[in-house]
Design a protein around this ligand. Structure first.
Ligand SMILES: *Cc1c(COP(=O)(O)O)cnc(C)c1O
Length: 387
């Protein structure tokens, strides 16, 4: 045990044999995805969105890998994430999407960060801060073309044209965000593109950015000067109605800590929500919702029923969850693979046909939430990323 303690202390990571779940992150696939997105972006600069700990993959690992691939511009949601990104990317351009919180100007300046200004108040505050600093500090301007969440309205943006306040700081990017670019036929896409074009004409000379991952693949090619992919970098499918053009980045394994037989009519897990209809082999794995695996993937019903619930690959075979996902454990009906599993074996929770999109669907959510819930509790192994 002393040995284990000292290894955790010296390496700062959980040794595989002591971990409940093993998370594999392929930084070469991340870099390849960035290059594939760049090659689809029609010559626009390709940035990377690394908010939420680089969608769960680790900002300190993902950002250097993306830098080596050639990425120069990063987007995060929070100022604290921007400071983490700056620590590993001293020369990159870093934008904070969620805007300027009152009084945070000095922190932006100290770390050479750029806020994405989403209201007239934020613009006024950044302009005043720039004047006080005696320098035209850079920032992005966010225009809301349909989300009704962050950003100046289209009419507020059109009014900005020619205003003095734009001389006090340097508007380095004009951006908006798609409501549903993954639905390629959604008429909102074209409406947003048209509205964004109109604003761009009223505010000429500012580099423009509209596309997230899915936006890059729209037939309208709304690439403008810079694209901002996130999800697709991490292996999510930006074109859900077609095959996924990206490489998987994240793999997750759980380990079997016990195997047991349950008899017909017995239930498995909290509240007895799943009932065996025949003798079943149940594997218990050491991963649960406290690891970030969604409880909504619980299997409530009977063995043999097709349930929209979690699934694992056990000895290469798809095996359905049985019962409720607990805090630290998941129970799986491995009857179909019963003669091929033993205590200590690994099962695949994300990997192969269990893509992040598929895991999200089975949990009644989206792959984005699966990725961003990946916790520090897993033993993380990074592959590639050098050179
Ligand atoms: C999260 C986010 C992105 C990235 O979106 P993906 O769908 O993950 O590619 C781009 N722009 C803004 C404003 C965002 O909030």
């Amino acid at each position: 045990m002393t040995k284990l303690n000292s290894r955790i202390e010296t390496t700062g990571r959980i040794p595989d044999e002591a971990a409940g779940g093993l998370l594999h992150i392929d930084l070469d696939a991340l870099a390849a995805n960035w290059r594939a997105l760049r090659d689809s972006a029609g010559g626009a600069e390709t940035a990377a969105v690394v908010k939420a700990n680089a969608y769960g993959t680790g900002i300190e690992q993902a950002v250097p890998a993306l830098l080596r691939a050639g990425c120069r511009t990063f987007f995060v949601a929070h100022l604290s994430e921007a400071i983490r990104a700056r620590a590993v990317a001293p020369d990159a351009t870093i934008y904070v999407l969620n805007g300027l919180l009152t009084g945070t100007g000095p922190t932006y300046a100290e770390h050479d960060l750029r806020p994405v200004l989403g209201s007239r108040d934020e613009i006024e505050e950044w302009a005043a801060f720039s004047r006080a600093q005696g320098s035209r500090l850079r920032a992005a301007i966010h225009v809301d073309t349909g989300m009704n969440r962050l950003g100046l309205t289209v009419s507020e943006s059109l009014e900005l044209g020619g205003r003095d306040v734009l001389r006090d700081f340097e508007p380095a990017l004009l951006m908006s965000h798609f409501v549903g670019a993954e639905e390629s036929e959604n008429p909102l896409n074209t409406r947003q593109i048209d509205a964004f074009r109109a604003v761009r004409q009223a505010l000429p000379g500012i580099p423009a950015s509209l596309a997230n991952s899915s936006g890059i693949y729209l037939a309208q090619k709304p690439h403008f000067d810079l694209v901002r992919p996130g999800y697709a970098l991490y292996g999510g499918n930006p074109t859900p109605d077609q095959a996924n053009p990206m490489r998987p980045v994240v793999g997750l394994e759980g380990r079997i800590v016990q195997l047991r037989w349950v008899e017909a009519d017995e239930t498995v897990g909290y509240n007895g929500r799943w009932t065996a209809t025949s003798r079943r082999r149940i594997a218990t794995i050491s991963v649960g919702y406290a690891d970030g695996y969604p409880r909504s993937a619980s299997a409530r019903g009977h063995s043999g029923e097709t349930l929209l619930a979690g699934m694992a690959l056990v000895a290469g075979r798809p095996c359905p969850f049985a019962g409720t996902v607990s805090m630290d454990l998941i129970t799986i009906d491995v009857t179909e693979a019963a003669d091929q599993v033993k205590r200590g074996d690994s099962v695949t929770l994300i990997g192969g046909d269990l893509t992040v999109d598929e895991v999200g669907r089975r949990a009644g959510t989206i792959g984005y939430e699966i990725l961003t819930n990946l916790r520090a509790r897993y033993a993380r192994t990074y592959r590639g990323g050098e050179g």
